[in-house]
Write a protein that binds this ligand. Structure first.
Ligand code: HEM
Length: 354
């Protein structure tokens, strides 16, 4: 778009040279693994779509135990295109988490976390945790029996954490069980608290990417790689990939609108074969490996401690992998990365099929 009057108006007030200089100075290395660079951008794009569709749904959703379920039925049956926006928000969330995991394992296996990008890794990891909590809190808003049972299990599991477990469980539920108070609390998390924290953290994450520039895989570090300008070359590619992703989400939203189960009733036993969302399956499956008691101790507590240790190790990888930090090949951490990836995929598949 060429609009000289607007350009003049802006030029009289702002010095655009600085911004143009900054945009021109952003270069991206070109190599055989550079496709991974697009995964963060796709996640960002999907987050923006989630914010937009979430805002639309928030105009009509009623966060009250007596009306929540009914308001969603109204959105999908009476609101113009309501079924589509709800379905889009559902599938957008699923695909966003898929890309988040692809981005996570991509940066893990390419060792993009190594010095000086440790904080990028940690901020990304917190974003992953928040995204999963976005999923759980959004799931309860439907207030059907599956969502109700899943949140009861998840918050009950948090209660098995030693010392602070009771507090976390009470804090999440807002009462002694999953009730209308929990619904209101999860609503507050989903539409206010988590979005604010997410915006701040995405801002930090992207600021750190700008500060450090894109990392190059260790095996290519010594080579002289061609540097491509981000604006417009890489950005155009970003836009084209986003368009394809958008097409995928729209297709899923139209062909597979998510079902709405029976309204939750805390007094009725949970339906058989209840399963959490797919990204919790690896956790559920791991917890099932542990017997009820181990050497006289609560098996669930031991399981939660083992999983927490595994996650803590994962977050601290950039600080433990000293070889990669020195720019040396670190086969051990490649295998550790492969192990985490295979464990996640296998347990998710086993959980899905069981
Ligand atoms: C809301 C979630 C996230 C968003 C929107 C996001 C966005 C981005 C973007 C746009 C980039 C630059 C392009 C790229 O490398 O793909 C990036 C880089 C990076 N992200 Fe994320 N990210 C998220 C979550 C994560 C997670 C879960 C991790 C891992 C724990 C992570 C670790 C990294 C690292 C290490 C880089 C640097 C890559 C490099 O320099 O080669 N991010 N992220």
């Amino acid at each position: 778009m060429n609009c000289p009057r607007l350009k003049n108006w802006l030029d009289e007030r702002y010095d655009r040279k600085e911004i143009t200089k900054l945009a021109k100075s952003k270069l991206v290395p070109e190599h055989r693994h550079d496709l991974w660079y697009y995964t963060g951008g796709i996640t960002l794009f999907l987050f923006i779509l989630q914010f937009l569709t979430g805002m639309l749904l928030a105009f009509y959703y009623v966060p009250h135990v007596n009306f929540a379920y009914e308001s969603i039925i109204e959105i999908v049956t009476k609101l113009n295109m309501g079924w589509f926006f709800r379905s889009f928000h559902h599938w957008g969330a699923q695909i966003c988490i898929v890309f988040l995991f692809i981005h996570l394992f991509g940066t893990l296996l390419l060792k993009a976390y190594r010095k000086p990008r440790e904080l990028l890794w940690v901020s990304g990891f917190i974003l992953l945790g928040i995204s999963i909590f976005f999923g759980l809190s959004g799931y309860l808003l439907l207030w059907d029996e599956r969502a109700f049972a899943a949140v009861r299990v998840a918050t009950g599991g948090a209660g098995a954490f030693p010392i602070v477990g009771g507090f976390i469980k009470a804090f999440l539920r807002g009462s002694i069980d999953v009730t209308g108070d929990t619904l209101l609390r999860f609503y507050a998390f989903h539409v206010a608290i988590l979005p604010i924290i997410t915006l701040a953290l995405i801002g930090l994450h992207i600021l750190l990417v700008q500060f450090h520039g894109m990392s190059v895989p260790l095996s290519l570090e010594k080579r002289k790689l061609r540097q491509v300008p981000f604006f417009p070359n890489v950005f155009y590619k970003d836009l084209m990939i986003w368009l394809v992703v958008l097409g995928g989400v729209v297709t899923l939203a139209v062909l597979l609108p998510p079902e709405i189960g029976v309204k939750a009733d805390p007094l009725v036993p949970p339906p058989a074969n209840i399963k959490p969302e797919w990204y919790f399956l690896f956790l559920m499956q791991t917890l099932e490996f542990f017997p009820g008691t181990i050497l006289g101790m609560n098996g669930e507590t031991i399981a939660i401690l083992c999983v927490s240790a595994g996650i803590l190790f994962f977050v601290l990888i950039p600080f433990i992998d000293r070889k990669s930090a020195r720019g040396e090949k670190s086969t051990l951490f490649t295998w550790i990365g492969v192990f985490y990836l295979l464990y996640f995929l296998t347990m998710t598949l086993v959980g899905f099929l069981s």
